[in-house]
Structure formats: C-alpha cells, structure tokens
Design a protein around this ligand. Structure first.
Ligand code: APR
Length: 232
C-alpha cells in the first residue's frame, strides 16, 4: 500500500470547536504563551499552568472529531496512513485513525516532573499536590516551548518514506514540525488544505494548495484518492 503521511495542526480541529493558536482570537488570549506553555512558566506559576490545561482538557472532553478527521480514517482503506500531528487533542484517535504520532504531546496524559518516561492517562483536573509514585509533581504531558520534541526522529523517518504528503491546518511557523516537508523524497506530491495557506509554492513545484477549511477540503480529496487508487 502506498504511504500517505499527514501533517496536521490546530486548523483540523477548529471545526470541532477547538481554537487555533494564531488566528485572531487565538488560544493564548489573555495569556503570554511563555506564561502557560514553557518550563519557566510552570516553575513561576504552576497553578496557573495547571489551570490553563485543566480548562483545555475539560473542553476537549466536550467536543468530537469532525468529517476531516473521519476522512483520514477512511483513507486507511487503500493507503498506509501515518498521521503526524502537532495537536494535543485525541480527535484523530477518536475518529479511528490507527497510526497517530503526537509531536507536541497529549492533553489526556500527564507525566512525572521527575521522570519524563513516567506517563499516564489523565482525564480529570490536575492540581498541585497530585504526585507520581516517586513523589514528584505531575505535569501535563505536553512539549512546551524550549523543550525537545522526542517524536521528531520517528516523524522524519515516516516522512522520508511518504508517497504523498498531506498538510492540513497548520501555519507552519513552529519548528521542527514545520521543517518536516523538507524530508519528503524529491518529486513527492504535497497537498495543503488550509483557508489561509501558509505556503504558496515549494522548490520541487509539487505543492497543490486547496484553499478551503478542513471539513470542506479533506473529504473530497480523500474520496478522489480512494476512487482513483492513485492520487493525481
Ligand atoms: N480548516 C483548516 N485550517 C484552518 C481552519 C479550518 N477550519 N481554521 C484555521 N485554519 C488554519 C489557519 O489558517 C492556520 O494556518 O490552521 C492554521 C492554524 O495555525 P496555528 O494556530 O499556528 O496552529 P499550528 O500551526 O497547529 O501551531 C503549531 O504552535 O502554539 C504551538 O504547540 C503549538 O502545536 C502548536 C504549534
């Protein structure tokens, strides 16, 4: 089966009701990003950071995947689909996608502040005093600004083998995620679905931009690929 790598950002979850980061009323409203999404911010005011993620976790439990998430599940009928997402929501998993790699962590998991490998599922609010078994404060399992992106190596390996790269709903402003498209084999078709696309051309001239919202743009593209078995 041909390998499709899908790089998604906050835009694919926008129509599920989750705000993006850099649109006008972005998620950081009222908060400086370094205040709520950096190790320094957590050290300076852990209660503020824990409350910020508690609000996002509660909201995530209220929303559902949309037709763009579901179309990516359907794509698995005829393609080997690997989703590399910058999103910390679990909407790809809830839509049924079977191979999802989270570059920036997962909102429904927490980890020990003393041992990054001690990760557990967590759906309720997280408070100061919620400790791991070794007595360290639990923190959101999120990659904060300035922290390493452990899944990047695996993401690059997947992208190197892509027969098609599909990019959905990302401003391509945050590295190293934004640099992934450099790793596709030369001549690989790249599709970008975004109402305000961050890219217009690419050096290989293999980029096709679909200037639409994810829910309008992704299902028809997937249907076309499934019908043709071989994308244009
Ligand atoms: N459908 C598709 N794309 C959309 C939609 C939609 N309905 N609405 C907005 N978009 C697009 C915007 O045009 C923009 O290009 O989604 C993109 C959102 O960009 P950002 O808000 O920057 O989100 P993202 O690219 O995922 O941010 C990357 O930055 O803040 C950090 O760690 C955080 O993972 C995040 C990373």
């Amino acid at each position: 089966m041909r390998k499709v790598v899908v790089l998604t950002g906050a835009g694919i979850s926008a129509e599920s009701g989750l705000k993006t980061f850099r649109d006008a009323n972005g998620l950081w409203e009222g908060h400086d990003v370094m205040e709520v999404a950096s190790p320094e911010g957590f050290r300076n005011n852990p209660a503020l950071v824990l409350d910020f993620y508690n609000q996002r976790r509660r909201q995530l439990l209220e929303v559902s995947p949309n037709d763009a998430h579901r179309a990516l599940k359907d794509l698995e009928r005829s393609f080997e689909v690997s989703i590399i997402t910058q999103n910390v929501d679990d909407l790809h998993e809830r839509a049924g996608s079977t191979h999802v790699l989270h570059l920036h962590g997962e909102l429904l998991k927490v980890r020990s502040s003393g041992n990054a490998k001690d990760v557990s599922h967590w759906k309720k609010d997280l408070h100061l005093g919620d400790l791991c078994e070794q007595g360290h404060q639990l923190r959101p399992h999120i990659v904060w600004f300035g922290e390493m992106v452990p899944a990047m190596e695996e993401a690059i390996a997947l992208t190197r083998n892509a027969a098609i790269l599909l990019i959905i709903g990302t401003s391509m402003q945050v590295y190293p995620a934004a640099g992934l498209m450099e790793f596709v084999p030369r001549g690989t078709p790249i599709y970008l679905v975004d109402p305000k696309p961050a890219l217009r051309t690419d050096p290989n001239k293999m980029l096709k931009v679909i200037t639409k919202n994810a829910v309008a743009g992704v299902p028809p593209l997937v249907d076309q690929w499934l019908r043709e078995e071989r994308p244009l």
